[in-house]
Design a protein around this ligand. Structure first.
Ligand SMILES: *Cc1c(COP(=O)(O)O)cnc(C)c1O
Length: 467
C-alpha cells in the first residue's frame, strides 16, 4: 500500500496538464509551474520514502501545493508596514515618507523620459544637479550645491575630493558612529584621509586645534553629535571661532550636520535643530546633510558651500559613482519646492506633519482605535489607551521627545516575559505588518505615525494570538 503511494505519484506532465495545473499555468506561465511541480513532487517523494505508511496526496492537493510554492516565491520581500514604533524617522523602516507632490514627480520621472542632463533651450548637455541647485542655494544661503546618494557619500566625497592624503582635524567628542555602518574614523580612512583627533571626549579648546594645524592639514571637520549628547563638564569651540582658526591657516571647515533641517523647527513648536543656513553663516566652507531625515525627502546627501570647493567636489571622478538617479532627483525638487511656502509646510511635508501632530490629536485616534483592538484580541489581552513619548529618530535631537499617545497591551493573566513578544509577533503577522515596541512587559503601539487609520482597523480581524 505504502509502496503504492510512492509509485502512484503523478508525473510532472500529468500534474501540469490537470485542470488545476492548466489554470496555474495560464496565470503564472508554464516555466514557473514546471519548476513548482518538480519541487513539490520531490518533496512528496521524500516525505513518502521517510514515512512509507503515509497516504499520498491527490492531484488537487499537489496542485494546491504548487500554487503555494509559486505564491511564496512571488511574494514581495520589500513590503509596506505600519510604523507604530514611535520613531518618526525610522532608518530600518525607510526614514522619511515622500510627500504627495514628490510621489507624483517621481512617478512621472519613472514612467517617461525627462531632461535629466539636457538643456531644453540650448539643446545642449546639462548638469543633473542643476535642477535642484538653485533651490538648495536659496534655502541654505550657500553659493553652490552637489547632490549624491546619501549623507555618508556626501561626507566621503567631500573628504576624498578636498583632503585626500592630508590630515583632517576632528574633536574627540565628535567621533560619531551612526547605526554601526557609518563611523567617522572609518569613513575618513576609506577617503584616504588621516584622522587627527584633538581634545578629549568632553572638552575641546581652540588651542587643541591650533596645536594640530600644520603643513599636513587638509581640513578641520565638525560633526554634529546627532545621536548622543555630551553633558556635564563640557567645552566645545564655537563654530564661528573654529571657522576663523581654519581660515587663518588656509584650510576649509567642513561641517557634517547629519540632519540639517532647512527651516527653524522652533517655528513649528519643535526643539531647535541646527540648520545648514546657520552653519554657513557661522563660517563653514562645506556643509553636508541627509535628504531623508528631517528634510523629509528621498534618500540623498547634500553638499553645500563655497563655490570653488563645491566645483572641486563636483568634478571629482567619484561624484559619478555616487550620484543620484532621476527618480530621487525629481522627488527632491518637489520637496524643496514645498519649502517655498513655510505656512503650508507642516501640512504638506509628511515628516513635519507627523512631527507636529499634537498629543490631543493622537489621543483621539487612540480612543477610536482602542476598542477595535480590544475586540480583535477577544479578552486575550488587557488593552488601554496610554500617553507616551515619540522620538524624531535618525539621530535628530536624540534626547528630546515629543508628547504622544497610543495603545498598550498586556496578555491577560500572564505578566511573564515573552508574553509581550507574542503580541508583537501577532501584529507583525498581519497582512500589512504592524510594528510596535515593547516597554516594561507591555506591547505598545504609538499612533503618531498612523495616518491610514481605516487600513489598520480593517485588518485587525486577522489578528491571531497563539494559544
Ligand atoms: C545620519 C548621519 C550621517 C549619515 O547619513 P546617511 O544619509 O544615513 O548616509 C552622517 N553624519 C551624521 C552626523 C549623521 O547624523
Amino acid at each position: 500500500m505504502a509502496r503504492g503511494a510512492l509509485a502512484s505519484l503523478p508525473s510532472v506532465d500529468r500534474l501540469i496538464s490537470s485542470p488545476e495545473g492548466a489554470a496555474l499555468s495560464a496565470r503564472h506561465g508554464h516555466a514557473l509551474l514546471v519548476e513548482a511541480a518538480r519541487a513539490v513532487l520531490a518533496e512528496e517523494r521524500e516525505r513518502l520514502s521517510k514515512a512509507p505508511a503515509a497516504a499520498g496526496a491527490d492531484l488537487p492537493a499537489l496542485t494546491a501545493k504548487c500554487a503555494a510554492w509559486i505564491e511564496t516565491l512571488m511574494r514581495a520581500s520589500l513590503r509596506p508596514v505600519f510604523n507604530l514604533t514611535g520613531t518618526v524617522l525610522h532608518t530600518n523602516l525607510g526614514r522619511a515618507l515622500y510627500p504627495k507632490t514628490a510621489i507624483e514627480a517621481a512617478t512621472q520621472a519613472m514612467a517617461g523620459p525627462v531632461n535629466l542632463e539636457y538643456e531644453i533651450e540650448g539643446a545642449a548637455r546639462g548638469e543633473r544637479d542643476s535642477h535642484v541647485e538653485s533651490w538648495i542655494r536659496r534655502l541654505t544661503g550657500a553659493e553652490a550645491a552637489v547632490v549624491v546618494n546619501n549623507n555618508a557619500a556626501a561626507v566621503y566625497l567631500t573628504l576624498y575630493a578636498l583632503a585626500r592624503r592630508k590630515e583632517v582635524i576632528v574633536s574627540r567628542g565628535e567621533l560619531v558612529e551612526i547605526g554601526g555602518s557609518f563611523r567617522i574614523p572609518d569613513i575618513m580612512a576609506s577617503a584616504g584621509c588621516k584622522l587627527r583627533e584633538v581634545g578629549t571626549t568632553n572638552r575641546t579648546h581652540p588651542k587643541d586645534f591650533e596645536g594640530a594645524l600644520g603643513k599636513a592639514t587638509g581640513a578641520i571637520m565638525k560633526v554634529h553629535t546627532s545621536n548622543y549628547s555630551v553633558q556635564g563638564f563640557t567645552a566645545t569651540v564655537p563654530e564661528a571661532e573654529l571657522a576663523a582658526i581654519a581660515h587663518k591657516h588656509g584650510v576649509p571647515l567642513i561641517n557634517d550636520l547629519g540632519c540639517g533641517m532647512l527651516v527653524n523647527l522652533e517655528d513649528f513648536g519643535l526643539p531647535h535643530e541646527p540648520t545648514p543656513r546657520e552653519a554657513i553663516a557661522n563660517g563653514a566652507d562645506i556643509v553636508t546633510f541627509s535628504g531623508d531625515k528631517l528634510l523629509g525627502g528621498p534618500q540623498c546627501g547634500l553638499i553645500v558651500g563655497r563655490k570653488d570647493l563645491v566645483e572641486r567636489i563636483r568634478k571629482n571622478p567619484m561624484k559619478r559613482a555616487l550620484r543620484i538617479d532621476k527618480v530621487r532627483l525629481a522627488a527632491l525638487e518637489a520637496v524643496l519646492r514645498l519649502y517655498a511656502n513655510p505656512e503650508r509646510l507642516a501640512s504638506e511635508l509628511t515628516t513635519l506633519r507627523l512631527l507636529t501632530r499634537s498629543r490631543e490629536e493622537i489621543l483621539s485616534v487612540a480612543q477610536r482605535v482602542m476598542p477595535v483592538v480590544e475586540k480583535a484580541l477577544a479578552g486575550q489581552a488587557a488593552v488601554r489607551v496610554l500617553e507616551c513619548a515619540s522620538q524624531i529618530g535618525s539621530g535628530a535631537l536624540p534626547v528630546e521627545t515629543l508628547p504622544s499617545a497610543g495603545i498598550a497591551m498586556i496578555p491577560a493573566g500572564k505578566r511573564r516575559s515573552g508574553a509581550a513578544d507574542a503580541l508583537a509577533r501577532a501584529f507583525r503577522a498581519l497582512p500589512v505588518p504592524v510594528i510596535g515596541r515593547i516597554n516594561e512587559g507591555e506591547f505598545i503601539l504609538d499612533l503618531r505615525c498612523l495616518e491610514d487609520e481605516a487600513g489598520l482597523v480593517a485588518q485587525l480581524a486577522h489578528l491571531r494570538l497563539p494559544g
